[in-house]
Every structure is written in C-alpha cells, then in structure tokens.
Write a protein that binds this ligand. Structure first.
Ligand code: ZN
Length: 620
C-alpha cells in the first residue's frame, strides 16, 4: 500500500475528531440536527487549523447514507468517496491554482443540476481570497440566488481579502490557532497509533514550533519519524526544523543578563561555526524572552504556551531580568530581525544587537540576579547620569527663555498674597495637576492660532491684544493654561465673557472641549529672578501700602474698573507730586524701565475711561 502522509491519514473524520475548534463543530452539529443548514459558509483562520477538514466533514455529514447526521459513518459509499475525493456531489476547488473565471463559470453551469445522490451538492473553495475579481463577481451571482440543496464552503487564511459582498452572504466561522498542549496531545495519540516512538520533549517542541497549525505539526512528526532510527528525539526535531536550540539561547541570555559581552560573542561565534541560522537565533531569543516575561508576570506555567516548557528554566530566567528590561530588549531584537531581512552582513547586525543587550542601559536596568549588586549599581549610575543630563538641559532651556515674557511678580502687591484665595480653582484644576500640562510645539502653535483667530475679528481685536500680553503656559487634551502678569489680569480673563470666548475658540480650533486655566506669571519663573531692591517680601514701600489700601477699599464696581485699567495699561502706579512735578513709582513688574506695555500716547489711546476693557460683544 502506498505511503499516506500522517496528516492525511489522521485528518479528522468526524466533528468530535476536530481538535481545538469546538466552537465551530458545536454550531455546525446543531445546524445539522435542527435541519437549518445554511447555503454558504466562510471558514477563516490560520493554515492547518482544520478548515478544509471541517468542510469535508460537513459534506460527509450532509450526504452520508445514514444522514444527514452529525456523525458521518465514514463507511458508506458516499462517505468513502468524499474521503477519497471522488464524490460526484462534493467539489473541491483550489482557488490558489484556479484563479480564473472559467472554473467559477463551470461551477455556475453545473450548480443547476440536482445532486447525483439526491441529497446535497457541496462546493468547497479553498483559499477563496485568491479568486480574481471577475471570478468573485461570478461567484457572487450564484451566492445571491443559490439553487436548492447546494452548499458553498469558502475557506481562507486571509479574510480581509475576501470582498465584503461575499462575506455578507456567508455564515462566518473563525478557526483558532490550536494550543501547543492540544497539538502535543494529538501528536502523542497519532504517534502511539502509528507505531512511532517519540520523546515527550520532542513532541512538545514540534507542537511549539508549528504555530498552532496541526497539519504542519503532523508533517514535522512524519519527517522526524522517517529520519529517526529508533526514537524521535529533541535533537532530531531541531535538525529537521533547523532550530538553534534552547541551550544556546539560554547561554546567550545568561551572558546578556551578566553584561558579559565576551561570553555572548563567543557563543555567537560558535553558533555561526555550527552553521546555525542567525534569523532563527534571534527568533528563538525573542520567544524565550517572551516566555520569561509572561512567566514572571503570571507566576505560573499553567495554560500558557511557552517556548521552554521546563518551569525551572523559566524560574531561573525570571530571576535574571527585571520586569522593565523586557520591552527594550524585545524591541532591539525585533529591530535586528527586520535588519536581517535586507542586510548583506547578518553577522554584524546580530553582533551589534547582542552587544547592545549586554550594555547596562538596555538589559541592565534590569539585571537583578546572579551578578546583581554590581549590575544594579551600574544601572543606577547610568540613571543618575541621565537625570543629570536632563537637568542640565532644562536649566539651559530656562536660562535661554526670554525673561520679559514672564516677569516674576513682586510679592507684597495686593494680588500676590491673596492669589491662592482668589483663585482656588486655579491651584486645583480638576483632576489634572496644572504642573503636568506640557509645553509642546503643537501647544505653541495652538496658542498662536488662538491669538490669530480672536484678533482676526475686529470686534474682538481688543481682547486679542489683551490675550497676547499673556503667555502660553502648557496644555493637554482638556486644558489650556495661560499666564498673565498679574492677578488683576488673571481675574479679568477668568470672567465669563473673556473666558467663554477663549474656550469656545479653543474648542473650535481643536475640535474638543477645552478649559482655560489662568495663572499668575510670577509662579512660573522663580528661577529667573531679577535684581530687586533688598527688602523682605512682606515689606512694602509706603506707596505700595497706599495702593493696596486704596484698592482694598474700592467698591466692587470701581475695583472692576481698576482691574480693567490695569489690564490695559499695566500695573505701573505713579504717585503724582503736584509741587515738584516728579513722580515716584511702584511697579508690579520690576524693573520699571522695561516697557512691556507702553503707556498709550494720544494717538493710540483707544480705550475710553469707563468701558475700558469692553465686554465681549455678542456673537452674531
Ligand atoms: Zn456515511
């Protein structure tokens, strides 16, 4: 008798034989039992997960002489013919080799004729995504008006390539990758019943390497069995699959965790001499690291497919690396893997990657294990160095910042002392600490857009000017911060009309609701102090004291006017001494000579005394 490949011989013949696809077999069995068989099915899923086998089981179940039945007998002529591929009513079309429209046209011709045995005609179209668009159109016409007693079963590994019009006319079943454990069990069953002697470890290795595909696993077992003189061992499986081997991977990872570059490179060199594939090595390192990472996270090997099944090795690996080490290491290895696809110097690519892993900043933040203390210290000093560098960067950035844009407020002026009381909402803006708002180029751009947007409308021009005296202070998705130079300006900006306008414009520009957060600029730049007259913060000059007193005793209306005046003219107070014609001054922003806000001259005094900072005109 001719040799029959294992995967064909052990192809599942009934629904109960199907491994790992219980959700499919259960639903299909129910459909047969209740007589509600659809006219078109779409089976999608990775290769070797049982799509074609299921299609054939369904075909047998419908046409079995005992049927329709959920358990086709596999004995009757109909069943045997389906198994042999000689049935007159079950047609298998491989779209991968028959992309043409001819086959579908033939199908449309034959589909009209009644089934030979009087039950069902079943068309199984494998790799249906390979059909040309003409063929899809022809198929669609048939699916739209299916003749009686015809069942289409379309199978595909690439569901996204199947047109939606086809998908919508089929009942869809998604086949899952089969777990390593299920595959290993099935391999054991097949081996025992085929007279193949095999190590448990060898079968587990085959199961792991078959990526959830039963057909690949059985083919591998087949090859191994034909090579093995007595027993299928792990070594033979590695030979057949061209695997690097777990021992090598563990040796290199140990060197990495101990920052032992010499040892890692030595192992790599030996491996290359043995003719192992470098892509395979990187792939296996990734698989091993993933196993260790998952094991470290969940603390058990139950129910998870691991590259290395021995719990002991996993435990050892978990002790070698800290949790935060895995992401950078995996990232680097994946980069090496894609580099290997195009580089003409694969060895250099792999050496570079492994050397980088050996460096403390990649693997090492991590290494808490054997060579722990030294590694941790190394990692700490690296982290400290990074922090120092960052600190320097920040100080440089702050020093370079234009000082006049956010002058420190001299404490002692009315607003400063009361700031927190006046703006409690400012210090606790919802659940987002204001300090976390980021000053990004997009934020700066948003600020510029906001100013341009508001100033572009003549009736809001004054408000645009008012706002442009502030400073952008950071943003995030729901919040936008503006620094104003004084509490008075902040209070004005926080009034509903101004705030409402700004927030509505921010929403308009960004397309999402945004809260305006106003703060006093003095908070921002304590690190850029300017020479100031030496006096205690609480000490006030007589003039300052007088100004504060005056402001505090104002009526609410007068105070509002005062605020507005300061918004326009700045917080620069001058005491006019009638006799001498001299002025002594007090300024909220030192130094007084800095002309941030020029006093208006006659020509440019657009603000009348009363409606000084006009309210926002109503929207048209
Ligand atoms: Zn039968």
């Amino acid at each position: 008798m001719a040799y029959v490949a294992l995967y064909r011989k052990w192809r599942p013949k009934t629904f109960s034989d199907l491994v790992g696809q219980e959700h499919v077999s259960r639903t299909l069995s129910q459909a047969i039992e209740t007589g509600r068989v659809g006219h078109a099915y779409l089976f999608s899923g990775p290769r070797g997960t049982g799509k074609t086998s299921t299609a054939k089981i369904l075909a047998k179940a419908l046409n079995c002489e005992q049927g329709p039945t959920t358990e086709p007998c596999n004995e009757c002529e109909s069943c045997r013919r389906v198994n042999d591929g000689t049935s007159m009513d079950v047609f298998e079309i491989d779209a991968a080799s028959n992309r043409g429209i001819d086959e579908i046209r033939d199908l449309r011709e034959t589909v009209k004729f009644a089934p030979a045995n009087g039950k069902y005609k079943v068309y199984i179209i494998d790799e249906v995504h390979m059909l040309t668009s003409e063929a899809f159109n022809a198929l669609l016409k048939t699916l739209e008006e299916p003749p009686e007693r015809v069942v289409f079963i379309l199978a595909t590994t690439e569901i996204h390539k199947v047109p939606a019009t086809i998908q919508s006319r089929c009942q869809r079943y998604d086949f899952k990758r089969i777990s390593g454990r299920h595959i290993a069990e099935r391999l054991r069953y097949v081996a025992d019943n085929s007279g193949i002697s095999a190590d448990e470890a060898a079968l587990s290795l085959i199961a792991r390497e078959s990526a959830g595909g039963m057909r690949d696993a059985l083919s591998t077992l087949d090859q191994c069995a034909s090579l093995a003189e007595e027993k299928v061992s792990e070594d033979i499986v590695r030979e057949v699959l061209g695997l690097v081997g777990h021992d090598w991977v563990v040796r290199i990872l140990k060197a990495v965790s101990g920052h032992n570059a010499a040892e890692a490179l030595k192992a790599l060199s030996e491996l290359i001499q043995e003719g192992k594939d470098l892509k395979q090595l990187i792939g296996e390192m990734i698989a091993e690291l993933r196993s260790i990472m998952v094991y470290q996270a969940v603390g058990t090997s139950d129910g998870i497919d691991f590259y290395e099944t021995s719990e002991e090795t996993l435990k050892e690996g978990a002790a070698m690396f800290a949790p935060e080490a895995f992401a950078p290491m995996l990232e680097r290895l994946h980069a090496a893997l894609s580099e290997l696809r195009w580089t003409s110097e694969p060895r250099i690519a792999v050496e570079t990657a492994i050397l980088e892993l050996c460096r403390p900043q990649t693997a090492g933040t991590a290494a808490i294990g054997t060579s722990a203390a030294a590694a941790v210290q190394g990692a700490d000093s690296v982290r400290i160095a990074q922090l120092e560098a960052r600190l320097q960067e920040l100080s440089a950035a702050l020093a370079a910042r234009p000082v006049h844009s956010a002058p420190p407020m001299r404490s002692g002026m009315p607003g400063a002392a009361k700031k927190t009381a006046v703006h409690p909402a400012v210090s606790a803006p919802g659940n987002v600490p204001a300090g976390q708002l980021k000053i990004s180029p997009e934020g700066q751009k948003l600020w510029q857009d906001l100013l341009a947007n508001i100033s572009s409308e003549p009736k809001y021009k004054l408000i645009g000017d008012f706002l442009s005296r502030g400073q952008f202070g950071g943003w995030n998705k729901g919040m936008f911060r503006v620094f104003m130079r004084s509490p008075f300006l902040v209070r004005r900006l926080e009034q509903d009309d101004y705030k409402g306008l700004v927030e509505s414009r921010l929403a308009l520009i960004t397309g999402q609701p945004m809260r305006l957060l106003c703060e006093v600029a003095g908070d921002l730049t304590p690190q850029a102090p300017r020479p100031m007259p030496k006096k205690k913060p609480e000490e006030k000059s007589p003039l300052e004291q007088q100004v504060q007193k005056d402001i505090e005793s104002m009526s609410p209306d007068a105070r509002k006017q005062m605020d507005t005046a300061m918004a326009v003219f700045g917080n620069h107070f001058v005491e006019v001494q009638e006799n001498k014609g001299e002025a002594s001054s007090v300024d909220m922003e030192a130094p007084p000579q800095e002309e941030d806000i020029p006093l208006p001259t006659d020509e440019d005094a657009p603000f009348p005394d009363e409606e000084d900072m006009p309210p926002v005109p109503p929207e048209e």
